[in-house]
Design a binder for this molecule. Sequence first.
Ligand code: HEM
Ligand SMILES: *[C@@H]1O[C@H](CO)[C@@H](O)[C@H](O)[C@H]1NC(C)=O
Ligand SMILES: *[C@@H]1O[C@H](CO)[C@@H](O)[C@H](O)[C@H]1NC(C)=O
Ligand SMILES: *[C@@H]1O[C@H](CO)[C@@H](O)[C@H](O)[C@H]1NC(C)=O
Ligand SMILES: *[C@@H]1O[C@H](CO)[C@@H](O)[C@H](O)[C@H]1NC(C)=O
Length: 597
Amino acid sequence: MSRPDHHQSPAIAVGLLAVTILLFVLYRIALPKPLAGIPYNVSSSRKLFGDVPGMLSHIANEDGTFITYLEQTLQRLNAPLVQIFIKPMSQPLLVLGDFPEARDIMTRRTKEFDRSTSSGDLVRGLGSSHHIHLKTTPAWRAQRRLIQDLMTPSFLNKVAGPVMHQNASLLIDLWRAKTRIAAGRPFTASADIDQVALDAVLVFAFGERFGEKHSAIRPALDAVRDMMQQNSGGGTNGNVSDEPVVFPTGVTDPVVSASLELVATVEDVQGSPLPDLKWWFINSKPRVKRATKIKEDAIKREVEDAIRRLNGATGEEFVKSAVDHMVFRERTLAEKDGRRPDFFSRIMMDEIFGFIIAGNDTSSTSISWGVKYLADHPSAQTKLRQALESAFASAAREGRSPSIQEITDTHNVAYLDAVIEETLRCSATVPVVDRQATVDTELLGYHIPKGSVVTCLVTGPSMMSPALEIDEARRSETGRLAKKSEGRDGPRAWDLNGMASFQPERWLTTNSKKGGDGSIEFDAAAGPQLAFGLGTRQCYGKRLALLEMRILITLIVWNFELLPCPPALSGDKPILIMTNRPKDCYVRLREVKRGKN
Ligand code: HEM
Ligand SMILES: *[C@@H]1O[C@H](CO)[C@@H](O)[C@H](O)[C@H]1NC(C)=O
Ligand SMILES: *[C@@H]1O[C@H](CO)[C@@H](O)[C@H](O)[C@H]1NC(C)=O
Ligand SMILES: *[C@@H]1O[C@H](CO)[C@@H](O)[C@H](O)[C@H]1NC(C)=O
Ligand SMILES: *[C@@H]1O[C@H](CO)[C@@H](O)[C@H](O)[C@H]1NC(C)=O
């Protein structure tokens, strides 16, 4: 141990001072840099990690999520636009909780606000060539052309719908078996709904034949049928417990489980400050590489099969799945452009897997919430069942479920549409819609620099709670013009009374137009809704999602009464993973008998 010599001390002191100054300067550089005028949490702005500590403590101590933290911050600062600091050394995140302004940037100010790079962070590693990652450029348009016809009524109702309906019926079979065994006890519904939703996108993407090989729900059904044979009768002597029954799940198909494994990596990326680096790290793990190969091989096999059948076909008749359609489309586009078709391009691969990533969690989450809301609102459920019974009178008479033709032909089951729309409104499955400023611009009168990300709350003020006050003069010109023509141009505001509760009736109006017959109609523009985003970049799969919800909610409510679950199993707290899922999703079912039975 040597003590420093006396003559060295000044040098050390100077050195220490320099280091201290440097650290201080670095610290100042790293501290959040608020944008002028936009409210923020002052104590967060003095921390290196900004809002992160406050947010983590909210999540841990108040049973909240990132989204409830955002909502709380807006309320506490009493402002519809705030900034929060969640990534050190980067621009603040702007949080907007006001429907008219959000609609304005999504539908009218699209030159200034486009898809945000951050929206895709969570899924980029699963397919970076998917169009969700592109700004609204000609490249985005070209990519969308490859898949645009898949959302037409002719594809949805004639090709995808019938297979989805068949597969949804497997859920009904499974639940019928479970209901008999459970004899009044509750059981968890989320895994079954996840599987049927996964099967729905799988058959949409790959067609019925793929489903025969790789079904997600089939193993569960087989396992429960085995169980039923073993404890046939299974009476409970009138002792109906609240204890949920645990059912076997069966063995998951390898292709399905590889996809599950890949999608599960999203959770590791959640909350990472450097998502692209994290993805690189995840994708270099041998386990993930193996799952990726299984997934890609499965997609390639389906594409090859489609090419083979296309070559033997004469027209579009051979189209039985999204992949079939895309192969057909790629050949047509290539012919037109005078190039060789590229059936196995990264774009094809990522667009195909994209159906599964974008369509699986989202629809299963929305359907899970729908099942919960209906169980917790028995009068809405009864009204829905009556509406279905009168719309599908012959199915009721014949004691069978409505067919896919009946479901897609009957456009005006107003109460069904209202239940679906209200489920989407209340659940906030995708809880925020992001846009990024493409130029220096203004938002509610504040200057915001190019690159700023605006995250619009799907629930929150003006959606589920009263709007926070805005000086109308601060709105953009387009916004002010739109407000003036409100009613004609877009939705009105929700009635403050019961704004936060599940009320399908809010979507119904009386047809009082000239020549109207005073009947009750569903009105999609009855009030604010952001569940699918808005404008050019709104959800691509909206119609598919609505059809899937239509099929599943119809079949579930037609065949079962959803009885309330014990309070311990019916909390309404969400958990945010890829989507805003219900923490608990249990059902307690009673079979509905009608007609021939
Ligand atoms: C209930 C179910 C669903 C919900 C709540 C939902 C919600 C959303 C939302 C909020 C967006 C962002 C919109 C915006 O920025 O304005 C989005 C985008 C998207 N969704 Fe969905 N979605 C659902 C189902 C689906 C399905 C079934 C598919 C496809 C099979 C799908 C494919 C997509 C794609 C590709 C985009 C990106 C579009 C683009 O960037 O141009 N979604 N979705
Ligand atoms: C700011 O954050 C702190 C915790 O980090 C919290 O206690 C306080 O309530 C927040 N203030 C506002 C106005 O959100
Ligand atoms: C869909 O239903 C068909 C017919 O019942 C069945 O053969 C197939 O396995 C199912 N597919 C999936 C993915 O569940
Ligand atoms: C009723 O069921 C509960 C839980 O399954 C059990 O603890 C209890 O002993 C049962 N009572 C009778 C009378 O069978
Ligand atoms: C489908 O969604 C469920 C529910 O979020 C999730 O657990 C599962 O991993 C997803 N599977 C795929 C292949 O995306």
